[in-house]
Design a protein around this ligand. Structure first.
Ligand code: MLT
Length: 233
């Protein structure tokens, strides 16, 4: 079994893909489902999401870390955590995380969303599902590599290596090295460019929340159903 880590989303995935956007899209996606959401729709653009407003969906997302005008929520897991989303479908569009998910879904056979909060569960699910390769895809931020995502990939890679035999690529070796040299999860996330930006926006609580390790067993699974609106996953 192969294990690879792409430091940015790049293209062809033959088997299982774990998409990581720890600050904050995949952490928030896990939280929506933890809080009872029936499903998530990940749209390709904010316009597709806004086109779904008023059809019983809730809209959540951000640009530049701040809520998109017309959306019901930003992209804050701390904002989502106290809410009850039972029976709701949440439509998400974010700067990097939903786009990375669309890239993964173009070819990946089984695509899951991963973060630190569901890291162990995501590793177990990926190991159980894969037959040839687990690809961990880091969303990054504004098309730049994000330390927070590479660190998360290293955490998940460690879990995977404890679950079975893998041949690893240089991306996985980089992620493992980052994991082993960046301190604890909160230190790593706080030292990242995006983590510092969120803290400067007054969203430091989100960074602390996203640093909580394996607190959830929820593993969002992307399905491309025929009955979903155009431009969504
Ligand atoms: C992303 O898509 O990169 C993140 O969701 C950005 C954010 O939430 O601040």
């Amino acid at each position: 079994m192969r294990l690879r880590v792409d430091l940015l989303p790049h293209g062809h995935y033959p088997d299982v893909v774990l998409v990581i956007d720890t600050l904050r899209a995949t952490t928030t996606a896990v939280t929506y489902l933890e809080r009872g959401a029936d499903a998530l729709l990940l749209t390709s653009t904010p316009e597709v999401a806004l086109g779904l407003k008023g059809e019983g969906f809730l809209l959540g997302g951000e640009r530049g870390g701040l809520p998109i005008p017309g959306f019901d929520f930003g992209n804050s897991p701390v904002e989502a955590q106290p809410q009850n989303f039972t029976g709701k479908t949440v439509v998400m569009n974010t700067t990097n995380g939903t786009g990375a998910s669309h890239v993964a879904a173009q070819t990946g056979k089984h695509v899951f969303l991963a973060a630190l909060t569901n890291a162990h569960a995501a590793a177990r699910r990926a190991r159980a599902q894969a037959t040839e390769e687990v690809a961990i895809v880091c969303a990054g931020t504004d098309e730049r590599v994000g330390l927070e995502d590479v660190y998360t990939a290293g955490v998940i890679a460690e879990y995977l290596l404890a679950l079975g035999e893998f041949s690893i690529d240089d991306g996985a070796r980089i992620a493992l090295t980052v994991r082993r040299n960046s301190g604890n999860p909160l230190e790593a996330l706080s030292s990242s460019v995006h983590g510092a930006r969120l803290s400067n926006l007054g969203l430091g609580e989100d960074v602390r929340y996203a640093a909580e390790l394996s607190t959830s067993t929820v593993v969002p699974t992307l399905v491309q159903g025929d009955d979903v609106p155009e431009g969504t996953l």
